[in-house]
Design a protein around this ligand. Structure first.
Ligand SMILES: [Zn+2]
Length: 273
């Protein structure tokens, strides 16, 4: 059957459309339910037939119907990424708890990444929400297994261990990274330093706790060491095309987390672990 896969893709595109709303509104503290969609350039409301994921962008030729100014290519891009993500996860997991858990997790990574690209920071509650949701999935799964007689208590030890590992592992590197960076800066130029500089932000630590909770301990380690490689590749492009090389880090961590999820075991086997 191919209809269910088409449905998963369409659902993903619709969720992607909602993620666009979150990316635009959450950092500005605008409600994500009211008002309904509006053009960010002329503020005119967008009618439902101009708000169909992916299709409306093409039908409108990438321009607002009212002010004719271009609509950012990011909107269909986020919709497409989410649609492909849903299709892929559905093909692999069908309608299971894993499907729900992973679509929620990777959707959150999309939101966090694009907000980080715009603001170089994210609202702290986003990772906390993700962690709360991850723990709720753990409780539910354990409850199901308890009822089926597969486990003899309701304590979700593994999830907590994974969460704490993600937080602790990243905080360890943040601590020594910050110390090293500040020593380096104090030798380099004593006068131009205002305040402490951070090698990794606390947002990155929360983020990695979430990675541990959803993908496990191995994924934390892989994500942490893959992300810098992606960042370097981007930096080279940025230098060639003379774009700003002041880079937000969460998009790289997100991509690295997805790579760890897809090929983590292959990479570890290749490295001889
Ligand atoms: Zn407009």
């Amino acid at each position: 059957m191919v209809y269910d896969k088409i449905f998963a893709f369409v659902m993903g595109a619709c969720v992607g459309s909602f993620l666009n709303v979150c990316i635009y509104r959450l950092p500005k503290d605008i409600s994500i339910v009211k008002p309904s969609s509006f053009c960010p350039k002329c503020n005119s409301p967008i009618r439902w037939f101009d708000n169909i994921p992916l299709i409306s962008f093409i039908a409108l030729g990438g321009r607002c119907r009212n002010c004719r100014r271009p609509i950012s290519l990011r909107y269909p891009l986020v919709e497409l990424i989410t649609a492909v993500l849903f299709l892929f996860l559905y093909s692999r997991y069908h309608l299971t708890l894993s499907f729900l858990k992973l679509t929620l997790f990777f959707s959150l990574l999309v939101v966090v990444s694009f907000i980080d690209i715009d603001y170089h920071a994210i609202p702290a509650y986003l990772c906390f929400l993700g962690i709360a949701a991850g723990l709720a999935f753990g409780v539910y799964k354990t409850f199901i297994e308890f009822k089926a007689g597969k486990v003899d208590n309701l304590i979700i030890i593994t999830d907590f261990k994974n969460l704490l590992f993600g937080l602790g592992f990243t905080y360890f590197f943040k601590f020594f990274g910050d110390v090293a960076l500040n020593i380096y800066l104090s030798f380099k130029n004593k006068d131009s330093i205002e305040g402490e500089k951070e090698a990794l932000g606390l947002g990155d630590v929360d983020f990695m706790g979430m990675v541990g909770l959803f993908l496990g301990i191995k994924a934390v380690v892989l994500t942490f060491f893959i992300a810098p490689f992606i960042a370097i590749i981007y930096s080279v492009f940025a230098i060639i095309f003379k774009k700003s090389h002041l880079i937000p880090y969460l998009p790289y961590l997100s991509l690295a987390a997805f790579i760890s999820f897809l090929w983590g075991n292959n990479i570890l086997a290749f490295l001889g672990f």
